[in-house]
Design a protein around this ligand. Structure first.
Ligand SMILES: Cc1ncc(COP(=O)(O)O)c(C=O)c1O
Length: 439
């Protein structure tokens, strides 16, 4: 049985967090920043406040710090809140009409142009409820049952499970650690990612007669790797040699840190544009996944034609409220997004300090993007760290094994939470390990 929260977690950070929890959000808040991203108010949010908001992250494992599902705890950009209120006032929430699809496409195209320098024609951008729906169309129509998709691992969990629902075989290709020992204290030196593609293994997988697809995730959830144009060129060349199509999931593109740059796969060459489907969404960067409006960018005329003939019902399932929220995010959410990214970076630096300090025995490569960290507990001899921390620290993490065979002994951790809660989360984990003499 899972014990309830108690004084056993009463470390310094926990006590500090209890104090911020006591200051409910909204109480004593000073002048709200112009962007609407109120870091001070977020810092004051405690577990009870987040449970009261009622997200999956904070209700699925009651009493636990939610660090598993990829949601952020930072509220909403004011422009999104206003757009949703206005839509309710206008009673404008029927099935998604064509004009809203076109507005989302234009807003998405402008975001791609302004943020990544990709001048994409809005008529190539179509909508679907979420990225997985787009992937499902790709699996059904491009890969096809009885064929295979190659997935670098560790991977975002549904990339391994969803293909199987469509009779598509998954060929896992583990990523390589390039900084030597996969075990303790292997912090990647500056400028070095610490993760690399195993191109030989990828080519062998591409050479399998059944292989038709490749799953690219950039930035890569859960390892936080931001791909270079050279890496993508190599993938594109190998894919061309073996007639493999590329699904490029770029949902985490807004979370790329200094020293790295998001390069959309379809922009690296005409070949790559013809090979790929690009899937994106404002759902991660503005925390609106429940509003259901992702975008697919189809840079190959035949694919666009296929989508129009075969994905009508995917478009129809897209939510009007999502189109409204997404358009507001892309068009008016820029300042909120910049401040939010600064907060995420602050959390990443805190995490990094812990990983260099008390938790230095844990295998860790600082992410280059995303708000997700990959922690390897095999040096400590933990074979089920997610279960261990759930039981002993009341921290809910993703079991690395859900991310592929390469994930045994690892966990995926979402660090997009109030900074004091992140400190409490790490304190609880370290306290549990220390009590067992593991650190
Ligand atoms: C890499 C990746 N792709 C897709 C998704 C799904 O996002 P959505 O349901 O908002 O489309 C997620 C969510 O965490 C993700 O991390």
């Amino acid at each position: 049985m899972i014990p309830t929260l108690s004084h056993e977690f009463d470390s310094g950070a926990a006590a500090a967090s209890a104090a911020v929890a006591a200051a409910a959000p909204g109480h004593g808040v000073g002048v709200r920043p112009a962007s609407g991203f109120d870091a001070d108010a977020i810092d004051r949010m405690g577990i009870a406040d987040l449970e009261a908001v009622g997200s999956d992250k904070w209700t699925r494992y009651p009493g636990c710090i939610g660090a598993f599902i990829a949601e952020m705890d930072f509220g909403l950009a004011p422009a999104i809140q206003q757009a949703i209120r206005d839509a309710a006032d206008r009673c404008a929430l029927g099935y998604i009409p064509e004009p809203w699809k076109r507005r989302v496409a234009r807003a998405c195209a402008a975001w791609q142009r302004d943020r990544y320098g990709w001048d994409v024609d809005p008529s190539r951008i179509r909508v679907a409820p979420d990225i997985l729906e787009i992937l499902e169309v790709f699996l059904r129509e491009v890969v096809g049952a009885g064929h295979a998709i190659v997935v670098p691992t560790p991977a975002y969990m549904p990339f391994l499970s969803v293909p199987r629902l469509y009779g598509v075989n998954v060929i896992e290709v583990p990523m390589l650690r390039v900084d030597g020992d996969v075990h303790a204290g292997t912090h990647a030196p500056g400028g070095e990612s610490g993760w690399a593609f195993d191109f030989d293994a990828i080519e062998r997988a591409f050479a399998e007669p059944s292989t038709r697809g490749f799953m690219l995730c950039n930035p890569h959830n859960p390892i936080g790797k931001v791909l270079t144009a050279d890496e993508m060129r190599r993938i594109s060349e190998l894919a061309a040699r073996h007639g493999v199509r590329v699904f490029s999931d770029e949902i985490h593109a807004p979370f790329v840190y200094e020293g790295h740059r998001h390069v959309p796969f379809a922009t690296i060459s005409e070949l790559a544009a013809r090979q790929s489907w690009t899937a994106t969404s404002a759902s991660k960067s503005f925390n609106i996944p429940g509003t259901k409006c992702a975008q697919v960018i189809l840079t190959n005329d035949d694919d666009l034609d296929l989508w129009m003939r075969r994905a009508e019902w995917s478009e129809h399932q897209t939510a009007t409220i999502g189109a409204i929220a997404t358009t507001a995010a892309y068009e008016q959410g820029g300042a909120w997004y910049e401040d939010m990214l600064g907060y995420v970076r602050r959390n990443e630096r805190l995490l990094d300090e812990w990983m260099r300090g008390l938790l230095h025995k844990v295998g860790y490569v600082p992410p280059q993007g995303t708000y997700i960290a990959w922690l390897d507990f095999t040096p400590l001899g933990l074979d089920d760290p997610a279960g261990y921390f759930y039981k002993k620290a009341h921290v809910a993490l993703t079991d690395g094994r859900e991310c592929g065979r390469a994930g045994a002994g690892c966990v995926r951790m979402n660090f997009a939470m109030p900074t004091p809660l992140l400190a409490e989360c790490l304190t609880r984990m370290a306290d549990a390990l220390a009590a067992d003499g593991l650190i």
